[in-house]
Design a protein around this ligand. Sequence first.
Ligand SMILES: [Ca+2]
Length: 426
Amino acid sequence: MSSVGGSRPSEAVQAMEGAGDDSGSRPSEGVRWTVPGASRDAVVQHVGSSRHEKVVWMDCDPGHDDAMALILAGHVGRGAGGVPGRRVCLLGVSTVAGNQTVAKCTRNAISTLDAIGLEGVPVVEGLGRPLLSPAALLCPEIHGDCGLEAPGGGPVFPHSAREPASRRGVLAMFHAIKWAHEALQADGDRAGERVWVVATGALTNVAALLLMFPEARDMVRVSFMGGAVGLGNTHPAAEFNIQTDPEAARLVLDSGVPCTMVPLEVTHTALATADVIAGVRDAAHHEPGSDGAVLRERVVALLTFFKRTYLEVFGFEDPPLHDPCAVLVLTHPELFEGRPMRVDVECEGRVSRGRTVCDVLGVLKRDANCLVCEAMDVGRFWGEMLGAVAVAEEGLAAAARGGGSEASLAHSQWHGWVATLPDAFK
Ligand SMILES: [Ca+2]
């Protein structure tokens, strides 16, 4: 692939990271919290044992494509021949209102993680409405009444009895990020490295994090699925995640935190074609009814429902799998093209509220605040996505035999950090 008029993200990310990397030189602002030792120690130990992995907090509104993003984050780079540098050290998952109510998105995040062998990954519930709007914009027409509906009705993944570790999600999110960042800074080779926040829903929680804990600006970088250079989807001028909470998006983009935006122009190339869905189905190599085979059947059901609603609502023959793209860009930046740009969010417009105004030609002469992806190697995207499904499948099959997948073991070794949080965090 040729780069379109700009540097590739892997280069541009470094350039922007250098520009924004003033950690240590800016005095820490905000409240100083008493650190619960056991929780902190668990996070520090986990990050310390995950060398070369990208340290990530996921913020999402599952959501069919969010569920696939969780599969990718949990399993990418693992399994036979996996490369540590491509893996994700998943700190936790927070939920936000969007595709459905935050309560439903929380249920879906838990049921997804439990169904893919990641019962050890903590889920915390975030904010249930946008920063300034009285109610969240929901999307049942695409994701169904439960937010992660199967073709025959009801949820794709079975109900889990697990409860969210916290319903003060932003508070728990901050502490996990803070402790992970401390662990990175204590490691000579990783000092200066930031924790990735991958946002695949409205940016409400991320904005709240940066508002409540200004010191987090020096700890994180953000990859978000959202916005568009051109046309929107749920509005002619706006993409759904940004349309849901434009003020939050503006706050994040204006925060000075390094941001990577994966807009509709890229995610609309990640089409789950009939060949892709058939590929998921045909790759099954476990006995029908076994845990591994059941997961594959559920992924097929997920994609089939998504395909039907995308056809009904947007007239798309094949549904675009938006959210995993925002994970892949940090594990495989070389598969993307993009360039730094000034991106503003329209929050006052009468007919274009939620539009991301991308200064493609640089006419504003303002500093870039975001790395905007412009293209992706779609073949490699599906290779990694379906590879992650296969790793999850193998892990479930291994667990059924009394073993455990590398991913489930890696993530379960430290899940106790939320269990030791004081009541004030819950
Ligand atoms: Ca989403």
